[in-house]
Design a binder for this molecule. Structure first.
Ligand SMILES: NC(=O)c1ccc[n+]([C@@H]2O[C@H](COP(=O)([O-])OP(=O)(O)OC[C@H]3O[C@@H](n4cnc5c(N)ncnc54)[C@H](O)[C@@H]3O)[C@@H](O)[C@H]2O)c1
Ligand SMILES: [Fe+2]
Length: 383
């Protein structure tokens, strides 16, 4: 018997290369008049936001491009304070998780000014936000499909996931052309982040028939295309596979939950500011190794999705193959094996363990119980 499960969905999702052309139809559909295009300097610098400005030339638009990478909650609040009197009725978020997560909070702040008192407390959100269109430009977080917004809380040296169903966007445009200029290293780390979402949600205690279907498809698309997207950024069909896989990974989060990879990653982002995709990618094979004996049956399905030949192999051999293949995949796209280049040493271990052990929202869903000693042993492998 499966526990009760559910998945909240965006109202409309449009896919396909060039689908940003549908943006004006979405603005019309929502009845918007004053539109803010939210992005960051990196994305703006590639020129892809200019496409949106052109398509929306019949509307009052303003571009706000100061979303910082992996924002702190107070930085999100600063952006809100700059735009709150502008009477916007739609946000078009063009960027990766940093931009989309900021857009989620902004959209509800416009209709719930009291939420500005404490944006870490989603119970203050009473009303649906202004209309949102999310156009992901990394293929990683899947934030366009999730009710989560992740912010850094500097005073706690941690990242925190704020979860609220009003954070699910109204419209999503999955246009792989928007990802063609994504640099190699970001393609690699965000692609593995999407892989983490899929495999973690698949082995999670919250896994269910909805998330299982999207997880296996995402694992298969990423296994097939991540190397091509990394080696040839202009390979549009590899980019399409990755963008779809990232969205599917987000759908997995929307009904299941990530587990210990993300939990152990949070203090690496919160205190040491290692980019989210990179810390997850470094942790992934070791956390899977740790969990393997609890999820051997599931690893059989993962192996098939990854294209691994499982004929005449027992469960234990299959698990080892899955972990080897994950090591190979991350090696081929030049993910570092450890945290040395980030200056993290054994002296940081206790801080990391303390930080991770507080992420019970995710750790409680890890298939194999994890003590502080277990966490320490995993971190020890990567410092
Ligand atoms: N809400 C969720 O469900 C969820 C899930 C996972 C992660 N996250 C959060 O998302 C954030 C990370 O997002 P991310 O990994 O997408 O990275 P990001 O949004 O921080 O972007 C990384 C870098 O890539 C650049 N970039 C993005 N798209 C580009 C493009 N097409 N061409 C050139 N450069 C481009 C950006 O300017 C930035 O410098 C973290 O804060 C993480 O915690 C959220
Ligand atoms: Fe993630």
């Amino acid at each position: 018997m499966t526990n009760i499960y559910q998945m909240g969905l965006p109202r409309r999702v449009i896919g396909g290369a060039g689908s940003i052309s549908q943006l004006s139809a979405l603005a019309k559909d929502s009845g918007a008049k004053n539109i803010v295009i939210l992005t960051d300097k990196g994305v703006y610098g590639t020129g892809i936001t200019a496409k949106a400005e052109k398509i929306l030339s019949d509307y009052n638009t303003k571009i706000v491009k100061d979303v910082p990478p992996e924002p702190e909650y107070n930085q999100v609040l600063n952006i809100y304070n700059k735009v709150k009197n502008d009477n916007f009725d739609m946000i078009v978020a063009i960027g990766g998780g940093s931009v989309m997560d900021t857009a989620k909070i902004l959209a509800v702040l416009f209709t719930n000014p009291a939420y500005a008192e404490d944006i870490l407390n989603p119970s203050l959100i009473k009303n649906r936000g202004i209309a949102t269109v999310f156009i992901p430009t990394t293929a990683g977080t899947g934030s366009e499909a999730t009710p989560n917004s992740i912010v850094v809380v500097p005073e706690k040296e941690l990242k925190v996931g704020i979860v609220n169903s009003n954070f699910i966007p109204d419209y999503v445009i999955l246009d792989a052309e928007m990802t063609l200029k994504l640099p190699q290293s970001v393609t690699a780390s965000t692609g593995v982040d999407a892989f983490c979402h899929a495999i973690e949600c698949f082995i999670s205690k919250k896994a269910n028939p909805f998330s299982d279907m999207y997880a296996l498809k995402a694992i298969s698309l990423i296994s097939k295309s991540i190397r091509n997207a990394y080696n040839n950024g202009e390979d549009i069909s590899a980019r399409e596979d990755m963008l779809l896989a990232a969205f599917y990974g987000g759908m997995c989060i929307a009904s299941s939950s990530t587990v210990a990879v993300h939990a152990l990653s949070y203090p690496l982002g919160g205190k040491y500011r290692i980019p989210h995709g990179i810390s997850n990618a470094i942790l992934l094979p070791y956390v899977m190794e740790y969990n393997a004996d609890y999820v051997e049956d599931k690893f059989k399905d993962v192996a098939l999705a990854m294209g691994i030949d499982i004929k005449n192999k027992n469960c234990n051999e299959i698990s080892k193959e899955v972990i080897n293949e994950i090591f190979k995949m991350t090696e081929d796209i030049k993910i570092p094996r450890d945290l040395k280049k980030f200056g993290i040493t054994k002296d940081d271990l206790e801080n990391l363990v303390e930080g991770a052990s507080g992420v019970t929202r995710l750790l409680d869903n890890n298939p194999k119980p994890m003590t502080k000693d277990d966490m320490r042993n995993i971190y020890l492998k990567i410092v």
